[in-house]
Design a protein around this ligand. Sequence first.
Ligand SMILES: Nc1ncnc2c1ncn2[C@@H]1O[C@H](COP(=O)(O)OP(=O)(O)O)[C@@H](O)[C@H]1O
Ligand SMILES: [Mg+2]
Length: 230
Amino acid sequence: MIVFDQVSKEYNMGAVKVTALDEVSLRIAPGEFVAVLGPSGSGKSTLMNLIGCLDTPSHGSYMLDGEPVGRLKRKELAAIRNRKIGFVFQNFNLLAYATAVENVELPMIYGKVSTGERKRRAKELLEIVGLGKRGSHRPSELSGGERQRVAIARSLANQPEIILADEPTGNLDSKSGGEIVDLFGNLHTQGKTLIIVTHDDRIAAHCKRVIRLLDGKIDSDTLNSAAPVN
Ligand SMILES: Nc1ncnc2c1ncn2[C@@H]1O[C@H](COP(=O)(O)OP(=O)(O)O)[C@@H](O)[C@H]1O
Ligand SMILES: [Mg+2]
């Protein structure tokens, strides 16, 4: 369970203070499928960085499964991230010189999984995202949609409860974007908590809940009754 209580995030830019998130209160229950929308600069990525324990609030409290994230040290944050959260980014963030299998293995290295088990699981995850035959390819040898599927496989490596995706289809053509949307739908069916920042109407249409940000505040938080039942 994700619980934000009046969370603010400020960035100090020399003499100027930017309030990227402004006293946001929010609860997201396990298994929810949430779209985060809002214009550029409204605080979407800041919200995701905080939820993902990549950063901590300037004010307010964030409790993740009952743990006060704001009080954790860097190492503890990293450990929580590795165990509980999978990340998917707009530009895939794959290692260019590593194969698909090696990219998917990465989070497991930190998670202290044995080499054999790592390889086995990485191949299995690539199978799940439809890239079973591409394990030895490097990112430059894969299409954008395939790269994003490798990134999704990587995000699942340590069996996290929560998947955070920041504009995951932003750099994809409509067909590969559609495949990514379907993959997220499957993950939701499997009970993962999914939080997706998107401009993509197809993703938003799949999500059960739509949160709109404006100027660092929640502008609206609505249930999408038209979302497919699964
Ligand atoms: N690391 C940072 N340092 C300074 N300002 C930042 C930083 N990250 C974001 N901001 C500012 O915070 C606001 C929200 O940014 P962001 O969360 O990236 O919005 P979005 O993802 O919705 O485009 C913007 O005004 C942005 O310029
Ligand atoms: Mg952003």
